[in-house]
Design a protein around this ligand. Structure first.
Ligand code: GLN
Length: 304
C-alpha cells in the first residue's frame, strides 16, 4: 500500500472543500485558528509513519480527548462506569440537553459532552492528580513529552461554556456527579484544551490498532477486550449524530473534535489523524472526513 503517495495527493483533493465548512466559533479561542490548515499522519502498526501538510502543528484536540479519558476510566474504574453512562449512539447533537432530561441524567454514551463529563467525575474520584495524570498519559502514548493544556482555550471554554454548565448541573441534580460541578468542568475544559499535532495523535492511537500494544513502548496498555470496546464505541458514537453517515462513507472507528481533528483506526493495520478546522453542521471536520473517505476508498480497505 503506497500510503506516502496517497497522502501526498490529499491536499489537492481537499482544496475544493475550502470555504465550504465553518470553523467553530462558539469557543472564542478556536475561532482564531486559520481555516485553511490541513495536516494528516498515518502510522502503520508494523512501524513507519507518513505525513502531509501541517501534520506537525499542534491544535486543540477537543472531543478527541474523550477517547483517552475513556481509556483511563475503563482501566481505573472498571464496570462501575457503565452504571452511570450508556453505550448507545445518541442521534442528537453532542451537547444536547433534551435526551439527558428524559433519560434521567444517564448520558447515552461517553463521547457526547454529558457522558464525558461523567467520565471526568469518575477520574476525579479515582486518580490522585487527574489533570496531570491525563496529560502524562498523553505524553507517554504519543511520545510528545512537552504536550500540554492550552490554558487560553481552557479559559475561553470556561467563560462561554454555559451549555456544559447546564449539562453538569443537570447531572448533579440527578445524582450522577459526585464531585463539585466546577471541579469536574475544570477537568473537562482542560482535557478538551490539550494541544497535539496529527503526528502525535496518530502515535497516541496506534495501540488501538494493535490490540492494546504500543509499538513505540513495546508494552500492552489496554487489553484486547478493552480495545474492542473503545473501537466499537468510536464506530457507533464517535462522530455524534453523523455517525451512520461517517461509517457509510469512511468505514473506520473514529473520533472527532470541534478543533477540526479526527482520529481513526484500521485494526491490525494503522492509526490515522487528520486536521482541518472547517466543520460540517454536525461538528465534524469537513475535509478531515473527506480525506478519510478518500483513504479507505482508494486503498479499498476498511473494517467492512
Ligand atoms: N469542548 C467542546 C465542548 O464541550 C468539545 C465538543 C467537541 O469537540 N465536539 O463543547
Amino acid at each position: 500500500m503506497d500510503f506516502e503517495k496517497i497522502l501526498q495527493e490529499l491536499p489537492a483533493q481537499m482544496r475544493e472543500l475550502c470555504g465550504k465548512g465553518r470553523v467553530a466559533t462558539y469557543i472564542p479561542a478556536l475561532a482564531r485558528v486559520p481555516a485553511n490548515k490541513f495536516g494528516m499522519t498515518l502510522c502503520r502498526v508494523d512501524g513507519g509513519c507518513y505525513s502531509v501538510g501541517d501534520s506537525e502543528e499542534r491544535f486543540s484536540i477537543q472531543s478527541i480527548s474523550k477517547v483517552f479519558t475513556l481509556s483511563l476510566a475503563m482501566s481505573r474504574c472498571g464496570e462501575a462506569l457503565w452504571r452511570r453512562v450508556g453505550r448507545e449512539p445518541s442521534g442528537n447533537r453532542f451537547n444536547s440537553l433534551v435526551q439527558l432530561e428524559y433519560e434521567k441524567g444517564i448520558p447515552r454514551n461517553p463521547f457526547i459532552n454529558a457522558g464525558a463529563i461523567v467520565v471526568c467525575d469518575m477520574l476525579l474520584s479515582h486518580l490522585s492528580n487527574p489533570k496531570q495524570n491525563l496529560r502524562d498519559y498523553l505524553r507517554v502514548l504519543s511520545g510528545g513529552f512537552d504536550i500540554d493544556f492550552d490554558e487560553e482555550v481552557a479559559r475561553s471554554e470556561a467563560e462561554t461554556g454555559f451549555i456544559n454548565y447546564a449539562l453538569a448541573n443537570f447531572l448533579k441534580g440527578h445524582g450522577n456527579l459526585h464531585n463539585d460541578v466546577d471541579e469536574v468542568l475544570d477537568l473537562y475544559f482542560h482535557q478538551c484544551s490539550l494541544a497535539l499535532s496529527c503526528s502525535e495523535l496518530a502515535q497516541a492511537m496506534t495501540h488501538l490498532a494493535s490490540a492494546g500494544v504500543s509499538k513505540r513502548l513495546g508494552e500492552a496498555l489496554l487489553t484486547p477486550a478493552e480495545v474492542k470496546r473503545i473501537n466499537a464505541l468510536m464506530l457507533t458514537c464517535g462522530t455524534y449524530d453523523a455517525v451512520g453517515e461517517f461509517a457509510y462513507r469512511v468505514g473506520l472507528p473514529a473520533k472527532s473534535g470541534v478543533g477540526g481533528g479526527i482520529v481513526a483506526v484500521l485494526p491490525g493495520e494503522y492509526a490515522v489523524a487528520v486536521w482541518s478546522p472547517e466543520l460540517d453542521p454536525s461538528g465534524n471536520s469537513l475535509a478531515g472526513g473527506a480525506a478519510l473517505e478518500y483513504l479507505t476508498t482508494v486503498t479499498q480497505r476498511s473494517i467492512f
